[in-house]
Design a protein around this ligand. Structure first.
Ligand code: FES
Length: 237
């Protein structure tokens, strides 16, 4: 265990844990976009920056990837931290001016789009955090999407931008996306995502459509549980 101070509070934490996790466990709020408990952090969005002082050195660090240490002093809202966060948010807003989530976050932090950063002409809502790609690969295990092109043209898509044969329509990518970039529409007995339409299965207890048939087949093959036994929605389990 190590002893540190976060925002003037003395805290004891397990050595090696990340500042963000420790701060959250102690009820402190640090804004993030690319952090989720289901996947490893990669430090993409840079919104979680904090000021960490160790000995005589004070540095701005990404709290989702920076481990706590004995005697460390952390400030999550210093003027320097807030300036960096505002700048990061302005850059993200310039890339994704249409993202409702980013706009809300900016409004909360009193950040407005700046003229010096030219808004992206394509109006994408993707901040290239890879949350969707990594979730599809590491959590779902199908790798149906990835990144194409480079530089400003870089974007997330299915291979060759064609209808994905490996996608199971689970929607985990849309769920995890922090900026609402991935479009998914579930209407009645169908769900459309990544340009492909999936047939939905009804829950055998309540009768509501709850998951794509392809997803249940995939889980059944992975776990050995008969697909029919999986046909019960979360509320009825
Ligand atoms: S949450 Fe740390 S960089 Fe995004």
């Amino acid at each position: 265990m190590v002893n540190l101070t976060i925002d003037n509070r003395k805290i004891e934490a397990e050595a090696g844990r990340f500042i963000l996790d420790v701060a959250r466990e102690n009820g402190m709020v640090i804004p993030t976009l690319c952090s989720h408990e289901s996947i490893e952090p990669t430090g993409s969005c840079r919104l979680c920056v904090v000021e960490a002082k160790q000995g005589k050195k004070t540095r701005i660090v990404t709290s989702c990837l920076y481990p706590v240490a004995e005697g460390m002093t952390v400030d999550t809202r210093s003027e320097r931290v807030m300036n960096v966060r505002r700048l990061v948010l302005q850059l993200l807003l310039a890339r994704c001016p249409e993202s409702e989530q980013l706009r809300e976050m900016a409004a909360e932090m009193g950040v407005e789009a700046e003229d010096r950063f030219t808004p992206d002409k394509d109006n994408v809502k993707c901040i290239l955090c890879r949350m969707c790609v990594r979730t599809c690969e590491k959590v779902v295990g199908v790798s149906a999407i990835g990144f194409s092109y480079r530089g400003t043209e870089k974007n997330v898509c299915t291979p060759f931008k064609e209808e994905s044969t490996t996608c199971i329509g689970c929607g985990a990518c849309a769920y995890i996306c922090p900026t609402g970039h991935i479009e998914m529409e579930s209407t009645g007995d169908t769900r459309t995502i990544w340009g492909r339409t999936f047939k939905m299965k009804t829950c055998k207890v309540c009768g509501r459509y709850f998951a794509p048939e392809d997803q249940l087949v995939y889980i059944s093959e992975k776990t050995g549980v008969p697909a029919e036994d999986l046909a019960v929605c979360i509320s009825c389990r």
